[in-house]
Design a protein around this ligand. Structure first.
Ligand code: MF3
Ligand code: CO
Length: 252
């Protein structure tokens, strides 16, 4: 049984509003990135994000979403996604993933990045580079007339060729007046399959890449997702649009 998808094709005006939301979010992320330092707690990052979000006059999209308690998700090392900000301190050698969403004039934008601190070992540096590049490879496939499976496959093929694994339990998504719209966007799949991409589709593409097994475990807090083997993970996400002229990244 397959459920009928509710894919919202955005009007040109909606596209313009979503693009503006993306620009605001990118500006916030630039400021967060430049302020991150060893010794900070993950809660410090959340407080910084909260201030930046309010000074831009927009609203934090994650806070209160299904009861999520914070403005951002901060996931360190073996944490893949949905880490709740708290007392964990950033140390040299850590990979820190920050995921952030905002609402501007009723439209959502969603973005994530991972960054390494201090003395990062070569494997972890490669994990960051491969995950960042996997997102770019996926976005490049998001052309009008292509299939969603082309996006998914490009991400999976690139990541696996580099010796890493893609998370299966969490996926990207359509985005617009809601944080999560149809379709789901897995980071694995077969080319030439799935939804045909059309201008006006706005998508949050978000590869989560593990150094070891793709298997995940959710911690007792009900949110924090970790790798089953506790090896490190990285996560990059952009909100993008399918247009007549090819993919356009809104969150940059
Ligand atoms: N980027 C993540 C997602 O699309 C963020 C959701 S976290 C939550 O699912 F806190 F909002 F749940
Ligand atoms: Co997302």
């Amino acid at each position: 049984m397959s459920k009928k998808l509710d894919i919202r094709i955005k009007t040109p005006q909606e596209m313009a509003t979503l693009r503006e939301a993306g620009k605001v979010l990118a500006r916030i992320v630039t400021q967060i990135k430049s302020s991150l330092k060893i010794g900070m707690t993950t809660k410090d990052i959340d407080l910084m994000a909260e201030e930046l979000i309010s000074s831009e006059g927009v609203v934090a999209a994650f806070k209160g979403y299904r009861g999520y308690p914070s403005c951002v998700c901060v996931s360190v090392n073996e944490e893949i996604v949905h880490g709740i900000p708290g007392g964990r301190v950033i140390n040299s050698g850590d990979i820190v993933s920050v995921d952030i969403g905002i609402i501007r004039q009723e439209f959502f934008s969603d973005m994530a990045f991972s960054v390494g601190f201090g003395d990062l070992d070569a494997g972890r540096q490669k994990l960051l580079d491969v995950t960042r590049q996997a997102l770019i490879k996926g976005i490049a496939q998001a052309k009008s007339g292509a299939r969603l499976g082309d996006v998914s496959h490009a991400i999976q093929a690139y990541v696996e060729a580099k010796g890493f694994s893609v998370v299966r339990d969490f996926v990207g998504h359509g985005i617009g007046r809601k944080l999560h719209e149809d379709p789901d966007i897995p980071n694995f799949g077969h080319p030439g399959t799935g939804v045909v991409l059309k201008p006006g589709m706005v998508l949050a593409i978000e590869p989560m890449v593990n150094m070891g097994t793709y298997r995940t475990k959710t911690l007792q807090d009900g949110w924090t997702v970790v790798t089953a083997d506790r090896q490190p993970s990285a996560h990059f996400e952009h909100t993008i649009a399918v247009t007549e002229d090819g993919p356009v990244i809104f969150t940059e």
